[in-house]
Design a protein around this ligand. Sequence first.
Ligand SMILES: *[C@@H]1O[C@H](CO)[C@@H](O)[C@H](O)[C@H]1NC(C)=O
Ligand SMILES: *[C@@H]1O[C@H](CO)[C@@H](O)[C@H](O)[C@H]1NC(C)=O
Length: 428
Amino acid sequence: MILSLFAIAVLACSITCFETLSTSSFVSDEQPQSLFIANINLGTPPQNIPVMLFFGTYLPSFGQFILNKSVQGTNEMFDLFQQQIGMTNYYDLDSSTTSQIKGNYESVQEFSGAYGGKMTGKYVQDVLQIGKLKFEYYFACAQQITSLNKAYSGGLIFFQRTEDNIFDLMYQQKITKTRDYILQGSTYKLNGFYFSNIGYDLKILYDLGSNSQYYNYPPNQLVPNSDLFEMYSYGIYLEGEDVSDKIKQKRIQIDQLTDTSGLRFDQITIPSDLFQIIVSKYDYVESLLISNCTQCQCDRAKNLPKITLITQEYKLTIDPSQYTEYYEEKDLCKIKLSQQDCFNFAKSLIFNSNTQVMYSKQTDTVRLIGAQTINHANIDAIKYIFPIFTAIILAGLLFTFSWTIYQLQPLKLEQIQLKEKLNIFIKL
Ligand SMILES: *[C@@H]1O[C@H](CO)[C@@H](O)[C@H](O)[C@H]1NC(C)=O
Ligand SMILES: *[C@@H]1O[C@H](CO)[C@@H](O)[C@H](O)[C@H]1NC(C)=O
């Protein structure tokens, strides 16, 4: 019986069992990196503080940290940056009953203009609650800011490939079922920003059941000795026309919202030879914007080609709507393509298509959840087959359950008789 209930729980879990961490992008014109703000609960009683989640490879060398309330007033410039983003509720380690000071902390000096800064404080361990799940978190807690060139809200938490992130810590403390997580993005409209009029929301699904249907999607391995997931596009099509033979660079990089150096957040990179083919057909693409088109509403942009890529595992499409953006106030249409030696459109996949990207740290693989798959079990079919399958199993269990109840009486009798026999046997 217990086994049956367990089976039902496992089945239900494989469909819906996960936790969600909701974040939204930190909108700032001079912050091209993939920074997202999430609310976490730190300490006991829980203190709700906003922190910045930083996805990437080129991370500030001063590392991750949480700011103690006492940083206020220690650096005038930094106070100003923090005020600009409306930062008010800091963590206060002294009013948490579970905080433990573990030693002195001094960050390295980060010299780059992009991040800049240095701070000092204590190493602290305290209870961190993300969603419903609680675990022990060991972190650098800054008490004093020497310099920081940007606002960092209540602290900075990294998601990088080489070091443990918060989900790895939860898994190590046996709080979660797996260390894998899925990035699921959506956009919303913003008003009055110069560089972009789109805001980004990012949901991170974690504590995924290891038998969940997400694992049915084919995995792609990390490139050895690198920090990159790479696919190879065997077929490249422009509006259905096969241009594969004309494109030398066929690699697709799928990385973790990594800040491709020097590029804005929402850019899509395509190989330069493909870019040139597009320019030869649509000359206005070269200027990367269509201006002076009163009320054109990006009509010309709508005629741009859909790019289709066939990899060993997936069929991926880049629709013109993913690489164009219309600015109503300025009556211009921006084309967000840039040329490099490979395709890179992970952000666009996550935010502008129905695809979600799943990272598995243990196996160092990435899966594109919801993408069209090739030569593998048709994932769409699983969606329909799965509930039917579940229903059949449930009916079976129900039947077994009734049958067991029905059989219980005679079974008990038999057991008693058997026990008596055994007793006699032992006595003998
Ligand atoms: C943390 O901040 C609070 C509030 O400003 C302050 O009272 C406390 O002394 C600080 N703790 C440390 C260890 O700096
Ligand atoms: C914009 O449109 C106006 C009116 O049609 C025209 O006179 C002007 O030359 C155009 N400017 C550019 C940069 O195309």
